[in-house]
Design a protein around this ligand. Structure first.
Ligand code: HAM
Length: 406
C-alpha cells in the first residue's frame, strides 16, 4: 500500500476542526493591524533562498528540497516565506504604493529535517512582514501582532524572548570577542560546536547541547557590543512592549538561524513541546533586499509554526469537535420528505446530515448519538402518514411534533 511520505501528515476529517479554528484566527487578527494577505508560489528559484536566507545556514545548506525542472532550472520548495515575499515586493514594486507595506501569509513550507513531535518535512507557517520602516515602532507592531495571534488561539503556555544582534559591524566585532572566548574553552564544547565554531560562532549560543550551554553561560554578551544607536533602538522596543503589557525576557543568547537578520530578533517559546520549543520567531532584516540585488528596503517580520500552535491547542483542549446541526432519520417511506426537509434547512444555513445508506429506521436511531448533531428530525412511518415530523433536542432529549407544512 502506498503511504504518505515521511515527515508529511494527512489532516483527516477528525482533525480538521482545529485547522478551521486557527485559520479563522489568521484571517481576522492581522487585519486588526492593517495587514493584507499575500500568497506566493510553493516553489521558487533556488538562488532566491541561497541569496536571501544565506548559503551558510542549515536551511539552505542541509534542509532544502531542490530539484531541476524539465527545462533544467534549479527550483526549491520554499523552506520559508520571507524571501519569497521580498521577491514579490521587488517584482511588483509593491512598496511604491505604500510607504509601509504590511502583508501576512499562511501556507506550506518544506524542510528536509528529521521528523519528530512538532517537526515535519512539510509544515505550515503563518507570518507577517512589515517593509519600509526602520523605526522601532514597526518591530514592536510585528511582535505585538505575533503575540496576539498566539494568544487568540487560546494558547497561554509561551514566553517571548527578545534580543538585538546590532548592525553587521557590531556583530563582526562581537564575533571576534566570542570566538576568542570559545577558543579558550574549545575542548569543553560539543564536537558539533567545535566544527562549526569558526564559520558561525554565534550559532554556538543557540546550541541545545548541555556542554555548549555551560560554556556559553559565561560568554560575552552581544548587548555589550552594541553602539549607542542600536542600544537606544532596542530600549525603545522594550518600552513599547512593556507599555502594551507584554511580558518578555531579554535573551542575549538568542541569535536565530537565518542570515538576513540585524538588530531585533525574537522567539516565542514553550516548554510543552519537548525539544521543538520554538513556536515561532522573527526579526529585522534591513539587508535582505540588498542581498537580492535591490536597493535597501528595511523590513521586520515573523513566522509561526502552525503545527506547533495546533499541538498546544490540542494539549490545552482548546478544540471543539466538528459538529452538525441536524441529523435526519427517515424510514423508507420518508426518504423524499427527508431530502426535501434537509434542503430547506440547508437553505436556512443549518448543517444537515441524512442517511444515504438506506439503513433501517432502527439502525439510524441507534446511531443517533454518533451524528454529533444538536437536533434530530425523525420521520418514521407514523410521522409520514400523519404529515408530521418529530424534532428531538439530542442534548436535553426534549421532543416536539411539528407539522411538515410548518
Ligand atoms: P524560522 O525560525 O526558521 O523562521 O521558522 C519559524 C517557525 O516555523 C519555527 O519557529 C517553527 O515553529 C516553525 N518550523 C520551522 N521548521 C519547522 C519544521 N520542520 N516543522 C514544523 N515547524 C517548523 C522563519 O522561517 C522566518 N522566515 C521567520 C521570519 C519572518 N523572520 C522574519 N520574517
Amino acid at each position: 500500500m502506498i503511504q504518505n511520505i515521511k515527515g508529511t501528515k494527512d489532516i483527516l476529517p477528525t482533525d480538521i476542526a482545529v485547522w478551521h479554528t486557527i485559520e479563522n484566527v489568521f484571517r481576522t487578527i492581522p487585519q486588526l493591524y492593517g495587514y493584507e494577505e499575500i500568497r506566493t508560489p510553493l516553489f521558487e528559484s533556488t538562488s532566491l533562498f541561497k541569496r536571501g536566507v544565506g548559503e551558510g545556514t542549515d536551511i539552505v545548506g542541509k534542509e532544502m528540497y531542490v530539484f531541476d525542472d524539465k527545462g533544467g532550472e534549479s527550483l526549491t520548495l520554499r523552506p520559508e516565506l520571507t524571501a519569497p515575499v521580498a521577491r514579490a515586493i521587488l517584482q511588483y514594486n509593491l512598496i511604491r504604493h505604500y510607504p509601509t507595506l504590511r502583508v501576512w501569509y499562511y501556507g506550506a513550507c518544506f524542510r528536509y529535517e528529521q521528523p519528530q513531535l512538532g517537526r515535519q518535512r512539510q509544515f505550515h507557517q503563518v507570518g507577517a512582514e512589515c517593509a519600509g520602516s526602520t523605526n522601532p515602532e514597526s518591530d514592536a507592531e510585528i511582535i505585538l501582532l505575533a503575540h496576539r495571534l498566539i494568544s487568540s488561539c487560546g494558547i497561554t503556555d509561551f514566553t517571548l524572548h527578545i534580543n538585538s544582534i546590532g548592525t553587521s559591524e557590531e556583530r563582526s566585532s562581537y564575533r571576534t570577542l566570542l570566538l576568542d572566548y570559545l577558543n579558550s574553552h574549545r575542548t569543553e564544547l560539543s564536537e558539533d560546536a567545535q566544527r562549526r565554531m569558526d564559520k558561525n560562532p554565534l550559532r554556538t549560543l543557540d546550541s541545545k547541547d548541555e556542554r555548549d550551554k555551560a560554556v556559553c553561560a559565561n560568554a560575552p554578551s552581544i548587548l555589550d557590543s552594541l553602539g549607542a544607536d542600536s542600544s537606544k533602538r532596542f530600549a525603545a522596543i522594550q518600552e513599547m512592549l512593556s507599555s502594551a503589557g507584554i511580558a518578555y525576557s531579554v535573551n542575549p543568547a538568542l541569535v536565530r538561524g537565518l542570515d538576513y537578520y540585524s538588530h531585533t530578533v525574537f522567539e516565542f517559546r514553550t516548554d510543552k513541546l519537548g525539544s521543538q520549543d520554538a513556536l515561532g520567531g522573527g526579526g529585522r532584516y534591513d539587508n535582505l533586499f540588498e542581498s537580492l540585488g535591490a536597493k535597501p528596503i528595511p523590513g521586520v517580520g515573523f513566522g509561526l509554526g502552525v503545527e506547533r500552535l495546533i499541538l498546544l491547542m490540542q494539549q490545552q483542549q482548546l478544540v471543539e469537535a466538528s459538529h452538525c446541526d441536524v441529523v435526519i432519520i427517515t424510514s423508507q417511506s420518508g426518504l423524499t420528505e427527508g431530502a426535501t426537509i434537509a434542503e430547506s434547512l440547508r437553505s436556512a444555513g443549518l448543517r444537515v446530515k441524512t442517511d444515504v445508506q438506506r439503513r433501517s429506521f432502527k439502525a439510524q436511531l441507534k446511531d443517533i448519538d454518533k451524528s454529533s448533531a444538536t437536533y434530530a428530525v425523525i420521520l418514521g412511518d407514523d410521522e409520514v402518514s400523519s404529515g408530521n415530523a418529530l424534532i428531538k433536542n439530542l442534548a436535553s432529549h426534549e421532543q416536539q411534533i411539528v407539522a411538515l407544512s410548518d
